[in-house]
Design a protein around this ligand. Structure first.
Ligand code: GDP
Ligand code: MG
Length: 196
């Protein structure tokens, strides 16, 4: 199903299998070094040394089924934002294919926080008519003494950009499970309000 959805029209957002399980494409975006790949590997449950081909559907793509609020959902997580492609083709593609986005910055790096705002604007422009679920993720919350962006700044930014906010630590695995459950809930909220 994955390759098919990749090549097909990206506007058919949520892919459902015959069993009724639902697939959501979640895209990680953000500055280099903020912890996107570390978050992705926790999601995938890939130990450092393991051959990640076994678990990735394809390179930089991870799939996992979660039970959230008694209902299963399969997330296809894309961590390819930083792959170099001609004319930013990969990034343009990323902006189009997500059912939901995790915009990640590091709380120890103010520039990455500012970049997150830029990305939010870019995403809004790319998907103007859609109400796409987004979580602003302040990662590296374990590095308390290097903090450059306060929690309240993160929260305020999320309010301005009309998205959810969470601080995580991929290093000590704090709030990572909550992050992925949160994105499932955000997609469902929108799905449910469409059905009404
Ligand atoms: P990416 O470029 O966004 O994919 O970032 P990476 O996942 O490659 O992480 C960049 C560096 O930050 C690596 O050395 C990670 O080990 C480290 N890192 C990632 N997440 C955390 C975190 O939550 N806390 C700390 N202390 N380091 C982290
Ligand atoms: Mg990476």
């Amino acid at each position: 199903y994955y390759r098919r959805s990749w090549s097909s029209d990206s506007s058919d957002s949520v892919i459902s299998s015959e069993s009724g399980n639902t697939y959501y494409r979640v895209v990680l975006i953000g500055e280099h070094g903020v912890g996107k790949s570390t978050l992705a590997s926790i999601f995938a449950g890939v130990p450092d040394t393991l051959d990640s081909d076994l678990l990735g559907v394809e390179e930089n793509t991870y799939e996992r089924t979660l039970m959230v609020d008694g209902e299963s959902a399969t997330l296809i997580l894309l961590d390819m934002w930083e792959n170099k492609g001609q004319d930013n083709m990969i990034q343009d593609h990323c902006m189009q294919v997500g059912d939901a986005y995790l915009i990640v910055y590091s709380i120890t790096d103010r520039a990455s926080f500012e970049k997150a705002s830029e990305l939010r604007i870019q995403l809004r422009r790319a998907r103007q008519t859609e109400d796409i679920p987004i979580i602003l993720v302040g990662n590296k919350s374990d590095l308390v003494r290097c903090r450059e962006v306060s929690i309240s700044e993160g929260r305020a930014c999320a309010v301005v950009f009309d998205c959810k906010f969470i601080e995580t630590s991929a290093a000590v695995q704090h709030n990572v499970k909550e992050l992925f459950e949160g994105i499932v809930r955000q997609v469902r909220l929108r799905r449910d309000s469409k059905e009404k």
